[in-house]
Write a protein that binds this ligand. Structure first.
Ligand code: MN3
Length: 208
């Protein structure tokens, strides 16, 4: 897949119903095929007439946004953030039958060092995810000192400008859960914990 213009819709690596019963097939189809596709299309449309930006990676566009012409900067940040965040969200989940239930190796050691226990971490992460007002994301990220941080962002903002490396994130826009969980974000967060792709999170934590 290109990591530059024209950006493409990255297919799921699992089936649309793979996350049942925690996240339903209909939500996954709409969320991936409609919402994410729209961000991809709008990002490409914004960049179309700016060949100087066609070699830039998604991360470069989001990190060096000050260098993007003002007339398309907001569109690139909104839609590029939408692409980046959703790619990470979908890659961060996995069929629960095919995975370990907790972070392993280096990531679990960092979680235990930072939060004392996995349950405490989970409670803290959930508390933060419930605090996102309106639409946004809650991230687990690692800073330059190797310390884990839980960070909330609004709308389609990313954590890249904060100079941290994202490990995993949950999309708490209502479109991520409304069809199944209605307005009960807390239940969705609990269900999302059941389908986290901890192998991918470990890779992100280790930076490979
Ligand atoms: Mn979403």
């Amino acid at each position: 897949m290109n990591n530059h213009y024209p950006f493409e819709l990255i297919p799921l690596t699992y089936s649309y119903d793979a996350l049942e019963p925690y996240i339903d097939e209909k939500t996954m189809r709409l969320h991936h095929d409609k919402h994410l596709q729209t961000y991809v299309n709008n990002l490409n449309a914004a960049l179309k007439d700016y060949p100087g930006l066609h070699g830039w990676s998604l991360e470069q566009l989001l990190y060096y946004s000050d260098s993007i012409p003002e007339e398309i900067r907001t569109a690139v940040l909104h839609n590029g953030g939408g692409v980046y965040n959703h790619n990470m969200y979908f890659a961060g989940m996995k069929n629960p039958a095919q995975q370990i239930n907790k972070p392993d190796n280096k990531l679990i050691r960092a979680v235990l060092a930072g939060y004392g226990s996995f349950d405490t971490f989970k409670q803290e992460f959930k508390k933060q995810a419930l605090k996102v007002f309106g639409s946004g994301y809650t991230w687990l990220a690692v800073n330059g000192d190797g310390k884990l941080q839980i960070i909330n962002t609004g709308n389609q903002e990313t954590v890249l400008p904060l100079n941290v490396r994202p490990v995993l994130l949950i999309d708490v826009w209502e479109h991520a859960y409304y069809l199944k969980h209605y307005n009960v974000r807390a239940d969705y967060i609990d269900d999302w914990f059941e389908v986290i792709n901890w192998e991918q999170a470990e890779k992100n934590y280790c930076g490979n």
